[in-house]
Design a protein around this ligand. Structure first.
Ligand code: KIV
Ligand code: ZN
Length: 512
C-alpha cells in the first residue's frame, strides 16, 4: 500500500457551506491558487449544478490550475454530471465527484429508493462520468451509518463501473475513531477490487472527532483525506487540513506516511481563509489559533527559552508562523513592504503592491507601528477581497452625548458615486441606516462584534457582522484604526456578499 496520503481540499465546496461563508469567484480563484501552492493534490472547487456562480468559479479554477486535480461535485443525475464535466473539462487534471446516499435512513426518507435502485443509479452515474474523464470519485453519503456489507457492495460496484476513488463520508459527524477504523479495515478487506481504487474519508466535526476519525482511517488503510483549511464546513465543519497534515508530520513513527504539503504555507493560508470568509479562527484552535504557540505559564516560558522542545512539539516556523515579526513605520519604503509581504506569503503583482502601499502609508500616518496583522488586513481589503458592487469612498460621523448621531456617507455603487446622510441612535446605527438607504438594502443585523487586531490603543479595530436578508445569510469583515469606519467596511462587505448570493441563488434544497 502506498505511503502517500492524498490531500483533497474541499474548502471551496464543503467549506463554503459554512453558514454565511460565501466567496465570490475572484476570491475563490485566489484561494485555489494558494491551495495549489500549498501542495494539495485535489481541489474540490465547487458544486457546479448548485448555481451559475458555482459553475463559473469551478470552470475558472479548472482553467487556471496546472498542477493539482480539480474536482466538481455532482449528484448522480445526468444533468448534474454534465454540469460538473462542463465546469472541469478544461482542467489539466479534471475529476468528477459523484455521490448518492447509502444509509437506510437516507435511502428511505430522503431518496425513497431501494438498495438495488441506489446501486444501479451509482453504477450508471460512475459509468457516465467515466465517459468524460479517467478520474472519477464515488461517495457513499452517510457512509458511516450505512450497513457495512451494503457499503462494500456499492463501493465494489462503483469500482467495476470505473471509480478510481471511493469515498467514505462521516456525513453527520457520528463516528467514533475505534469504530471508524474498524469500518475502514472492513471496507479494505471486503470490497471487491479495492486494490484498484483509493479509499478516501470525509469527516464532519459534530462531536469534535473529525481529525481523530480521519487519522484512525489513515492508519487503517485510507489513502485520501478530505479536509478544509481551519476546518470550516457544513455545521460544525470538516476535518481540518492543518491538523491532519501536522499530525502526520509530527508523529512519523506512528504515521509512516507522507503528503505533498509545504507546511510553511499553512499559517498564511489559514489567515487568508479567515480574512476572505470572515470566519474567525478560535484562539485555542490547534496549529493555527492565536494561542497555539503562546506560552503563558512562567515555568513553560522558562523551559521553552532553555530548549523549545520542552513544551513545543512543533516549531512555529514549520507552519509558516514568522517568529520575528517586522514592524514597519511611515518611513518604510515600497521595497521593504514588498519583501516583508513576500515573507508573509503574499507575492503581489506591481499594481497590487502599489494599491497596498498607498493604504499602508495612510495607515502609517495614523498609527506609529504597522504590524503583520495590519498588513494582512490591508492586503485582504485592497487585493484579495473583491467588492462586488458597493465600495466605501468616505464616511464622516458626528456623535456625542449632546448631539443626534449623524453620518454622511459616500459610496461607489456599480462605478457611480452616491452620497447621503442619516441619523441613528448611535454612530454605528447612523452609519448603517445611511448605508442601507444608499444601497436600497433591508438586511437584518444578526451579529456585530469588535476586536483589536493587535495590542495598544492605536490598534486597528476589526469588526465582523452577520447579516440576513430574505433568508440569505452573509458574514462581513472590516478593519480600520477608526472603529466606525471599520464597522462601515464590515457592513458593506456583508452587503456585497448578500448581493453575490442574490445574484447566484444556490438551490438549497438540493445542496448537501
Ligand atoms: O458530507 C458529505 O457526505 C459530503 C459528500 C458530498 C462527500 O460532503
Ligand atoms: Zn461533507
Amino acid at each position: 500500500m502506498s505511503d502517500k496520503v492524498i490531500i483533497f481540499d474541499t474548502t471551496l465546496r464543503d467549506g463554503e457551506q459554512s453558514p454565511g461563508a460565501s466567496m465570490n469567484t475572484a476570491e475563490k480563484l485566489r484561494l485555489a491558487s494558494q491551495l495549489e501552492d500549498l501542495g494539495v493534490d485535489v481541489i474540490e472547487a465547487g458544486f457546479p449544478a448548485a448555481s451559475d456562480g458555482d459553475f463559473e468559479a469551478v470552470s475558472k479554477i479548472a482553467q487556471k490550475l496546472t498542477r493539482c486535480e480539480v474536482a466538481g461535485l455532482c449528484r448522480t443525475a445526468k444533468k448534474d454530471i454534465d454540469k460538473a464535466w462542463g465546469a472541469v473539462q478544461h482542467a489539466a487534471k479534471p475529476r468528477i465527484h459523484t455521490f448518492i446516499a447509502t444509509s437506510d435512513i437516507h435511502m428511505k426518507y430522503k431518496l425513497n429508493m431501494s438498495r438495488e435502485k441506489v446501486v444501479k443509479t451509482a453504477i450508471e452515474a460512475v459509468q457516465y462520468a467515466k465517459s468524460f474523464t479517467g478520474s472519477v470519485e464515488f461517495s457513499a453519503e452517510d457512509g458511516s451509518r450505512t450497513d457495512r456489507d451494503f457499503l462494500c457492495e456499492i463501493f465494489g460496484a462503483a469500482i467495476s463501473a470505473g471509480a478510481t476513488t471511493v469515498n467514505l463520508p462521516d456525513t453527520v459527524g457520528y463516528a467514533i475513531p475505534e469504530e471508524f477504523s474498524a469500518l475502514v479495515k472492513y471496507v479494505m478487506t471486503h470490497t471487491p477490487g479495492i486494490d484498484r481504487a483509493v479509499l478516501s474519508v470525509h469527516c464532519h466535526n459534530d462531536l469534535g472527532l473529525a481529525t481523530s476519525n480521519t487519522l484512525a482511517a489513515i492508519s487503517a488503510g485510507a489513502r485520501q483525506a478530505e479536509v478544509t483549511i481551519n476546518g470550516i464546513g457544513e455545521r460544525a465543519g470538516n476535518t481540518s487540513l492543518e491538523e491532519v497534515v501536522m499530525s502526520l508530520k509530527t508523529r512519523p513513527n506512528f504515521f509512516p506516511m507522507t503528503t505533498n504539503i509545504d507546511t510553511t504555507r499553512i499559517y498564511p493560508l489559514s489567515r487568508l481563509v479567515s480574512m476572505i470568509t470572515g470566519i474567525i479562527v478560535q484562539p485555542n484552535k490547534a496549529i493555527v489559533g492565536a494561542n497555539a504557540f503562546a506560552h503563558e505559564a512562567g515555568i513553560h516560558q522558562d523551559g521553552v527559552l532553555k530548549n523549545p522542545m520542552t513544551y513545543e512539539i512543533m516549531r512555529p516556523e514549520t507552519i509558516g508562523l514568522a517568529s520575528n515579526k517586522l514592524i514597519l513605520g511611515k518611513h518604510s519604503g515600497r521595497h521593504a513592504l514588498h519583501s516583508h509581504l513576500k515573507e508573509m506569503g503574499y507575492d503581489l503583482a506591481d499594481d497590487e503592491l502599489m494599491a497596498v502601499f498607498i493604504k499602508f502609508k495612510e495607515l502609517a500616518d495614523k498609527k506609529k507601528h504597522v504590524l503583520d496583522e495590519d498588513l494582512e488586513s490591508l492586503v485582504t481589503e485592497e487585493v484579495l477581497r473583491t467588492p462586488d458592487i458597493f465600495k466605501l469612498e468616505y464616511i464622516q460621523v458626528t456623535s456625542g452625548n449632546t448631539v443626534m448621531p449623524t453620518a454622511s456617507v459616500r459610496l461607489i455603487i456599480n462605478e457611480r458615486p452616491v452620497k447621503d446622510s442619516g441619523h441613528g441612535n448611535g454612530p454605528i446605527d447612523a452609519a448603517y441606516n445611511t448605508i442601507a438607504k444608499l444601497t436600497g438594502t433591508e438586511s437584518e443585523l444578526l451579529r456585530f462584534s469588535v476586536t483589536a487586531l493587535s495590542g495598544g490603543t492605536d490598534s486597528q479595530g476589526e469588526v465582523t457582522v452577520r447579516l440576513r436578508e430574505n433568508g440569505l445569510i452573509a458574514l462581513g469583515r472590516g478593519a480600520d484604526p477608526d472603529i466606525i469606519t471599520a464597522s462601515a467596511k464590515a457592513y458593506i462587505n456583508g452587503l456585497n456578499r448578500l448581493e453575490y448570493l442574490k445574484r447566484n441563488p444556490v438551490n438549497t434544497h438540493e445542496v448537501v
